[in-house]
Design a protein around this ligand. Structure first.
Ligand SMILES: Nc1ncnc2c1ncn2[C@@H]1O[C@H](COP(=O)(O)OP(=O)(O)OP(=O)(O)O)[C@@H](O)[C@H]1O
Length: 374
């Protein structure tokens, strides 16, 4: 294991990670007699799989549960419910010692490379440390360190310097080198480029793609920025308040979002083409993201949903009042929609999924109404 090599035994397309009904609730119980702590439903019944060598993107606003999901998958957090099968092994309740051994095959890259790199360690030591911990033969370590540094675009003399001597982009290269030290099968990348300048972001994303092509590593790529996720992902899950509301291939999601929340998120993402960007129309959602301690009844997106209002206005359906008195279709207020297959490669959790014209009928952010912001 001296070079980043494609894994001969791993056939692309096979399931590497299988997550079923994964749930993480924080809080609950009581600290003082008679005083109950509210439960935060950070991740609330999430199912998906990641194939070997694929990039699975997870997007959503802050607080939607993305980071918690990433940490659960790596068993940095214990799930409340559900099942995680990694590389054929059920790791849901695996004891700590065995989970540590598993880290060889699943690693994490953080948003803030500086915060996650030990400032007192030289770069060479940072990269070699996981090899030492996992018992890689001493005689192979130096060659592998040099090889990984080359692969991530770090000069060999960087090994003798400290993290603070590097720029943000270079530090993220160090973080990636450390994560790849043991040739893992899965990398969980939590907002790996959001702290970087846009020009540097593209370099790091290209580096990740390059590493993936060479090694066959799969990525669980978490980001709030849809442009970034689009650049790198094969399939994308859109999260809202602890749930996946849409799961689709990149092509399908961007060409034809079926969940009103996905459509709104996509409409807010900048478009590289200037002409298209000028005529972009951002969809306005009602209110703020809800609270993970006080979930709305029925579909948790209904208080913000433009489609529910369109359907209610059309009439002919039983309606019900939302908490704020808005009249909406009864299923939206009362029944929690399951994530269901909706065409090839696309799953959506919505009682009334969008068609194209409906996304165009959604209310626009002020200033976008005429279809152009000059
Ligand atoms: N250790 C914890 N204790 C209590 N609540 C938590 C804890 N960690 C996360 N949460 C809550 O769980 C919910 C989901 O948080 P999480 O960080 O997973 O979301 P996120 O989508 O990654 O957001 P961000 O992009 O801001 O990190 C939030 O309401 C958050 O406040």
């Amino acid at each position: 294991m001296t070079a980043l090599q494609p894994r001969a035994e791993a056939s692309a397309g096979e399931t590497l990670l299988d997550v079923r009904d994964l749930t993480k609730h924080f809080g609950g119980g009581s600290l003082l007699p008679g005083r109950t702590r509210s439960v935060v439903r950070a991740v609330d019944g999430v199912s998906f799989e990641i194939r070997r060598g694929e990039t699975f993107g997870v997007v959503g606003e802050t607080g939607s549960g993305k980071s918690t999901l990433g940490r659960l998958v790596l068993r940095l957090l214990d799930p409340t419910e559900g099942r995680i099968v990694f590389d054929g092994q059920d790791i849901t309740a695996m004891p700590g010692g065995r989970v540590r051994a598993l880290r060889r095959d699943m690693q994490m890259v953080f948003q803030d490379p500086y915060g996650s790199l030990d400032p007192r360690m030289k770069v060479g030591r940072i990269i070699v440390e996981p090899m030492r911990v996992h018992g890689l033969a001493r005689e192979n370590r130096a060659a592998r360190t040099a090889d990984i540094m080359r692969q991530v675009g770090l000069a060999p003399h960087a090994a003798d310097r400290y993290p603070h001597e590097f720029s943000g982009g270079q530090r993220q290269r160090i973080g990636i080198a450390r994560a790849m030290a043991l040739d893992p099968k899965l990398l969980v990348l939590d907002e790996p480029v959001s702290a970087l300048d846009v020009s540097i972001q593209a370099q790091i994303l290209n580096l990740l793609r390059d590493i993936q092509r060479r090694t066959g590593v799969a990525f669980l790529f978490i980001a709030h920025d849809l442009a970034v996720v689009r650049h790198i992902s094969d399939r994308i899950a859109v999260m809202y308040l602890g749930r996946i509301v849409e799961l689709a291939t990149r092509e399908n999601l961007y060409a034809r979002p079926r969940h009103p929340y996905s459509a709104a998120l996509l409409s807010a993402a900048p478009i590289p083409n200037l002409e298209k960007e000028r005529s972009r129309r951002r969809i306005s959602l009602y209110g703020e993201i809800g609270s993970a301690t006080d979930m709305p009844t029925g579909c948790r997106f209904h208080p913000r949903c433009f489609k529910a209002r369109i359907v209610a206005r059309r009439g002919g359906l039983e309606t019900a009042a939302a908490r704020d008195g808005t009249v909406l279709p009864a299923p939206c207020v009362r029944a929690d929609p399951a994530l269901k297959q909706d065409g090839e490669g696309q799953m959506v959790a919505c009682h009334f999924p969008l068609d194209k014209t409906e996304a165009e009928a959604a209310p626009a952010v002020a200033g976008d109404e005429t279809g152009g912001r000059s």
